[in-house]
Write a protein that binds this ligand. Structure first.
Ligand code: FE
Ligand code: FE
Ligand code: MG
Length: 167
């Protein structure tokens, strides 16, 4: 823990740690949902989509690293168990039970939209209180916004392919 680092944040520091821990839990769920989806995927464009899902898995894991480091700086302990990931996460884990490309894309789009809301809420709460966490949430938010658009544009391409194939 950084004692002075914690002090400068002020009285809301424990609430900020709680928000970060919830986001941290979501990152691991997102990581696994992407990682396993990329292994199981079936259907048109599966290689292109699998490559994007695998890259996103890696990026979610990087987010977990960044968030864990900030939790520790502020004197917190990142959630200790996988059971805790599901319990604490504001974003649901949606198992890739149906491996069809479109289904996986839609599930992960919902996940990204939840991640975007999560980091936006952290930024709103930290503004004028904790510029370091604010800045961290901004960095991650930029990547979650990119993730959403990557998936939505693949989803659009898939629709075009299927639609033209049926003509
Ligand atoms: Fe993430
Ligand atoms: Fe993401
Ligand atoms: Mg991407």
């Amino acid at each position: 823990m950084g004692t002075r680092a914690r002090e400068i944040v002020g009285p809301d520091v424990d609430q900020i740690v709680e928000m970060l821990d919830a986001a941290y839990a979501s990152e691991w769920l997102a990581y696994y949902q992407y990682w396993l989806g990329a292994k199981l995927i079936k259907g048109p464009m599966k290689d292109a989509v699998a490559a994007e899902l695998t890259l996103h898995a890696t990026e979610e894991q990087m987010h977990a690293v960044l968030v864990a480091d900030r939790i520790i700086q502020l004197g917190g302990t990142p959630v200790l168990t996988p059971e805790g990931w599901a319990a604490k996460s504001p974003c649901a884990y949606d198992a890739p039970a149906d491996p069809y490309v479109a289904v996986l894309l839609d599930q992960n789009i919902v996940g990204e939209q939840c991640a975007i809301s999560t980091y936006k809420a952290i930024m709103d709460f930290c503004r004028d209180k904790d510029m370091i966490t604010y800045n961290l949430a901004l960095t991650i938010l930029e990547q979650e916004v990119e993730h959403e658009e990557d998936l939505q544009s693949l989803r659009e391409d898939l629709d075009l392919l299927v639609e033209r194939g049926n003509r």
